[in-house]
Design a protein around this ligand. Structure first.
Ligand SMILES: Nc1ncnc2c1ncn2[C@@H]1O[C@H](COP(=O)(O)OP(=O)(O)OP(=O)(O)O)[C@@H](O)[C@H]1O
Ligand SMILES: [Mg+2]
Length: 392
């Protein structure tokens, strides 16, 4: 046996597919309340065929997409058990950020061969109508990352879909809408769409706490790993690493990478050292997505932090503020005043992208020092310069 390393059977990973990003868990640990709310909102759809709308809001990795998919799968199942034909489509609006690309996704759900050009949005809406009516079903459309649509000025599609059944009088309605966003987006909707999204139907997804993340990881361990191959201390370490951001995606990514590393080394268990290595590999990706979400002024502040730090462990806020003004000017924006600068800095610190500490300075006063955890400042600087460059 020469190439034993690659021939040998997996020792720890039983079912790696259960760790993949598109796997939808049977049960979403600690999201019972959100599920219950969804059932309450959608019960009338099943019982009397009226349409409903819901808006799911929460930070990155808080289970919005997974919960909405689990809910839709369960809803369709319940519908078929009770003789109410239901169907759903999840549209990722980051990938499809125009009105016609969203509609195309919906139409091709029913007709794969529908041509991808040559039809107006009104025609596609009519086609969609026909498909839904022909099947006498209720369709739930999930617009995931819907804020992208609004930011790109394609918010009309939300209006059209929320008015889908408008022309029908008396008949049962045929479409419900679930919007998902990281940010509160009701104030981005035009008044007409807003009236459809009643405030009561907002469901919030808070960041997970350490204990919750531990349960989520332990649950996934059971699905994807052989018994007793992930010791509790490794689970704890993963939960601690992701608790800073309350992000379940981060936790599951570390779990997956740690499992692969243990497998590569032929270990009988996922060791804490595998978790540490996995964490280091995962950090840069997650930081990128966090940084991307900052608004432009906060990006300037973070860029100023990275530039001021260079090879220092800490810098003072005074240095950072100067560099902030330079950075804003460089990208043709007006730097905000001192108070606003502080608020930006605080919010960056809250996101875990910088750390602040107050201590005595040589002149006997108190100074706030800033540092960046977990990612090389050079990488952070380049990341920001690339992002800001693209916006021009
Ligand atoms: N409560 C949970 N139980 C089990 N797995 C979970 C739970 N919450 C999230 N996950 C898992 O964590 C990952 C991230 O969840 P999801 O994609 O739903 O987050 P999200 O809120 O949509 O994030 P984003 O805003 O970045 O799109 C997925 O792999 C999902 O299966
Ligand atoms: Mg999502």
């Amino acid at each position: 046996m020469t190439s034993q390393r690659y021939d040998r059977p997996a020792k720890v990973l039983k079912d790696p597919a259960k760790l993949s990003f598109d796997y939808v868990p049977e049960r979403l640990v600690h999201r019972e309340k959100q599920m219950e709310r969804l059932w309450m909102i959608f019960r009338p759809v099943l019982e009397s065929g009226v349409s409903q709308t819901a808006l799911l809001i929460g930070n990155v990795g808080t289970g919005k997409t997974a919960t909405s998919k689990r809910f839709c799968l369960d809803l369709v199942k319940r519908g078929s058990e009770t003789g109410k034909p239901m169907d759903f489509v999840v549209v990722n609006c980051r990938q499809r950020s125009t009105e016609s690309s969203v509609l195309l996704r919906l139409v091709t759900h029913f007709d794969e061969r529908f041509p991808d050009r040559g039809f107006s949005t009104a025609e596609m809406l009519r086609t969609l109508h026909k498909h839904v009516e022909k099947r006498k079903m209720h369709l739930v459309v999930v617009l995931d990352e819907a804020d992208v649509l609004l930011r790109k000025g394609a918010g009309d599609i939300i209006y059209h879909l929320s008015r889908f059944d408008e022309e029908k009088i008396g008949a049962k309605s045929s479409m419900s809408l679930i919007l998902i966003s990281q940010k509160y987006l009701l104030d981005m909707l035009d008044p007409a769409s807003l009236s459809t999204f009643r405030r009561a139907n907002v469901i919030t997804f808070d960041r997970y706490g350490g204990e919750e993340l531990r349960d989520i990881v332990a649950d996934r361990v059971e699905l994807a790993f052989y018994p007793d191959t992930v010791p509790p201390e490794s689970v704890d370490l993963i939960a601690d690493a992701s608790a800073e951001w309350g992000d379940a995606r981060f936790a599951i990514e570390i779990l997956e990478k740690a499992g692969m590393l243990a497998e590569e080394e032929g270990l009988p268990q996922v060791a804490p050292e595998n978790v540490r290595a996995a964490k280091a590999l995962t950090y840069s990706v997650v930081t990128w997505s966090k940084v991307e979400q900052l608004d432009i002024q906060k990006k300037f502040v973070l860029l100023a932090v990275a530039r001021s730090l260079k090879d220092h462990a800490y810098v003072t806020t005074r240095d950072v503020e100067k560099n902030y003004q330079v950075a804003a000017e460089e990208y043709g924006e007006r730097a905000r005043g001192h108070t606003q600068f502080w608020a930006y800095l605080q919010s960056i610190a809250n996101e875990g992208l910088a750390e602040t500490k107050v201590s005595g300075d040589p002149s006997g006063g108190r100074t706030t020092y800033i540092s960046v955890p977990d990612i090389p400042v050079k990488a952070l600087r380049e990341m920001l310069e690339n992002m800001l460059g693209e916006k021009e």
